[in-house]
Design a protein around this ligand. Sequence first.
Ligand SMILES: Cc1cc2nc3c(=O)[nH]c(=O)nc-3n(C[C@H](O)[C@H](O)[C@H](O)COP(=O)(O)O)c2cc1C
Length: 393
Amino acid sequence: MSGGGWFETVAEAQRRARKRLPKSVYSALLAGSERGVSYDDNTAAFAELGFAPHVAGLSAKRDLATTVMGQQVALPVLISPTGVQAVHPDGEVAVARAAAARGTAIGLSSFASKPLEEVVAANPQTFFQMYWMGERDAMLRRLEHARAAGAKGLIVTLDWSFSHGRDWGSPWIPERLDLKAMARFAPEALTRPAWLMDFAKSRRLPDLTAPNLAESGERAPTFFGAYGQWMQTPPPSWEDVAWLRAQWDGPFLLKGVCRVDDARRAVDAGVTAISVSNHGGNNLDGTPAPIRALPAVAEAVGEDIEVLLDGGIRRGGDVVKALALGAKAVLIGRAYLWGLAAGGQAGVENVLDVLRGGIDSALLALGRESVHDLTPDDVVVPPGFGRVLGSDR
Ligand SMILES: Cc1cc2nc3c(=O)[nH]c(=O)nc-3n(C[C@H](O)[C@H](O)[C@H](O)COP(=O)(O)O)c2cc1C
């Protein structure tokens, strides 16, 4: 594996990613917004939760398998959609292969650098992620493309409000990697020879386009071209959400819900699943960590739809905490991006193995035979931990 072989934790993968990636690429993945309150809370909240282990009567065998949106997965951890772009020449295809090798599903971002067809070929358990972006006709064409390419489900992400400032500064990302941009980027890239070699060997530059947003027969739009179109699209109403859901006759996940009232509206709109999420702390800063909002949301709609969570998952124990508090499974973002940067496909497999090992170890200590047996009794929740966002109708 490139990047120094096996690593034992996600934190180590992140350290390697930091060493290997040009500074602007690393900070684009780190992301966060404004003051970083949500970003920090996403991981800090998991550390506030404890476990209540047993010492005897433990289970010799543990079963981590479950189903999510009709897909059998070997562990309750899925790949969350991210616009990976310049992390690694194989990008989302490497991630898809790693997920397939470890028996789990992947969400492919609309802003991904690889065509959906290539990703589905690498992992048939692929969901396509969309934003509410452009005219309805264009959205229908994207749905049709996703259907024809074999996507097993749709992820619709609605928690984005175009917050662009960060107190620690945002990286410069060029519109295109043309000569002018390369000249500006070169001093930074030259300090990261291993990353540069990966791209040199692949004989490709990161092309910073969004092939899955191309209209048929036309060139893929640049990342910023597509982003601009999205910014100009009027935000959807709940009727629009129900309309979009009705256009897709398969599993449909609404990503970014954190309020109880919105979760109920999502049920009314006919979704299959929601992910309790604050977009990894990259959106409206001050939104609490999803793990704080999860119990109330799971209590309200957990019987009606699948409730997932994403944000702040860095170890297997975090996954177990989320499941104990009502999630059916979790999605990971940065954890696999660090793995991808550190070691390509093998690095992502390594991250999934780290999580699998941590889940298994926690199940053993908690005396649980299966991920389905976890209950709130397995975790120690300090007073005042939870947040109930929004109220019932
Ligand atoms: C660099 C980066 C790019 C992202 N791009 C997308 C995207 O294109 N679509 C989407 O639905 N979510 C996107 N997300 C959010 C992730 O899907 C996920 O919600 C978040 O990363 C979870 O938090 P975690 O990184 O702590 O695991 C992105 C996150 C990061 C860090």
